[in-house]
Design a protein around this ligand. Structure first.
Ligand SMILES: Cc1cc2nc3c(=O)[nH]c(=O)nc-3n(C[C@H](O)[C@H](O)[C@H](O)COP(=O)(O)O)c2cc1C
Length: 184
């Protein structure tokens, strides 16, 4: 059921680093993008796959995680993602397509018992150079992927706001708006 998949598909920031994600799995995720809508059907996205340890470590160094949890460092040492998919697009008109592709990949990963986090906060210049992204493209979003080894729960947002937080058991809580508060 789509609802079950959506509930499981949280943003995870700690992983079992011993679980590798092979290139073929990442290719299968990108293959799913072929069945999604695309602005003008231009199919203007390109995907850079990172699955080798050394390259993954270099990508990680260019990313920022959980900015709202100032006193914590994510992912914890030894709990890094096993792979990344960098979604690239030539023009700004394709940034909506980026969201569609990103969620499609995350749901594909969730279905396989994997998970991850979308990372919009990264050093674009250094990433472009590191991954030799062609000059006509810009990296727009990074998908960090792995086998999650932490618990993330959602809860109804109360008057104390929408900030995510960790409790004393290191469970990550994500407040979500009530449906009636989202409908105009
Ligand atoms: C476009 C986009 C960019 C994001 N960028 C980051 C990021 O740079 N670092 C990070 O730790 N989380 C990032 N996130 C994850 C959000 O913080 C997360 O989706 C939000 O806290 C809600 O949690 P949930 O995904 O479990 O529902 C991003 C999410 C989206 C949709």
């Amino acid at each position: 059921m789509i609802r079950d998949l959506l509930l499981k598909n949280r943003s995870y920031r700690s992983f079992d680093a011993s679980v590798a994600i092979p290139k073929e799995t990442l290719v299968a995720f990108v293959d799913n993008i072929r069945y999604t809508p695309s602005t003008r059907n231009a199919q203007g996205l390109r995907f850079r796959l990172c699955y080798e340890k050394e390259e993954c470590a270099k990508v990680l160094a260019l990313t920022k995680w959980a900015g709202a949890l100032k006193d914590r460092h994510f992912p914890p040492e030894g709990h890094e993602p096993s792979a990344y998919i960098v979604i690239c697009a030539e023009q700004d008109i394709f940034t909506r397509d980026v969201g569609i592709a990103a969620q499609t990949i995350m749901l594909s990963a969730t279905e396989m018992g994997l998970g991850g986090c979308m990372i919009g906060s990264f050093d674009e210049g250094k990433l472009t150079e590191l991954l030799a992204i062609p000059s006509n493209l810009r990296p727009r979003l990074i998908l960090a992927l792995g086998k999650p080894d932490e618990t993330v729960v959602i809860e109804e947002a109360e008057e104390n706001g929408l900030a995510y937080y960790r409790d004393e058991n290191d469970v990550h809580h994500v407040p979500k708006l009530k449906t009636e508060d989202m409908i105009l």
